[in-house]
Design a protein around this ligand. Sequence first.
Ligand SMILES: NC(=O)c1ccc[n+]([C@@H]2O[C@H](COP(=O)([O-])OP(=O)(O)OC[C@H]3O[C@@H](n4cnc5c(N)ncnc54)[C@H](OP(=O)(O)O)[C@@H]3O)[C@@H](O)[C@H]2O)c1
Length: 246
Amino acid sequence: MSAQKNTQKVALVTGANKGLGFEICRQLGHNGFVVLLGARDEKRGQGAAAELVQQGLDVRFLKIDMDNPATFNAACAYIRQEFGGRLDVLVNNAGIAIDWGYKADSVPMEMLRQTFETNFFALIDLTQKLLPFLLRSPAGRIVNQSSILGSLSMHSDPDSGFEQLKAFAYNASKSALNAFTIHLAQALSGTAIKVNSAHPGDVQTDANKHGQISAEEGAKTAVALAMLPADGATGGYFYLDKSLPW
Ligand SMILES: NC(=O)c1ccc[n+]([C@@H]2O[C@H](COP(=O)([O-])OP(=O)(O)OC[C@H]3O[C@@H](n4cnc5c(N)ncnc54)[C@H](OP(=O)(O)O)[C@@H]3O)[C@@H](O)[C@H]2O)c1
């Protein structure tokens, strides 16, 4: 490990071969981070990392499959070896939305379980495994890529305009993720780590073909939370600098 790498901040972004994750990597790279581009598929991940390296950024592919915890252990070993066991930023971005059209009265259990496995249980497992590394950073930041669709306040308001957006598994997985944000931030009070949930906006990606804003715009909230100053928020839920109702 070179002396330069000792001082350069290191960020890991999951689900980063495309969409918001890719763009978050690009923006963090432009802000001087060494970026570990997490992706489950080696070819897609290597290709995405190569695209950013071509733009002059220090980006390395790291295999992270949310459905395969063995990849979490391998990622830990890599961070130990390459960066002395320090990680400055974790952006938990990988996520699935597979239950559009199913409300709480009909969502198949398999879809509910799969959604929670990827969007919630695996995310917590990975985060806990990386915590010792984040604690070694002078300014550890954890960003949970949530959604306004995780907001129970919005869902319980009949005037929120959410009636067409009741995919229960996805929405509940993001509500649960928000609970993790709150609890983890409190568990880590007294450390330098800040933990926040981000809503990226209504972003055009493969997961949301009719999104209204670009990935470049959508990445801004997560990137800002990844780079919060020492007096920044923790245990919050944000879209840009606006606080959202839980
Ligand atoms: N787009 C929006 O408007 C919007 C709004 C609110 C929240 N979000 C959240 O933003 C995040 C990114 O979404 P996106 O819109 O950028 O979607 P996307 O383009 O579909 O990207 C999703 C990423 O997650 C990865 N992924 C899915 N399952 C995985 C697994 N088991 N292991 C590892 N990686 C996995 C995908 O990898 P593959 O390419 O291999 O499938 C892909 O890289 C998600 O958490 C989503 O819920 C998006």
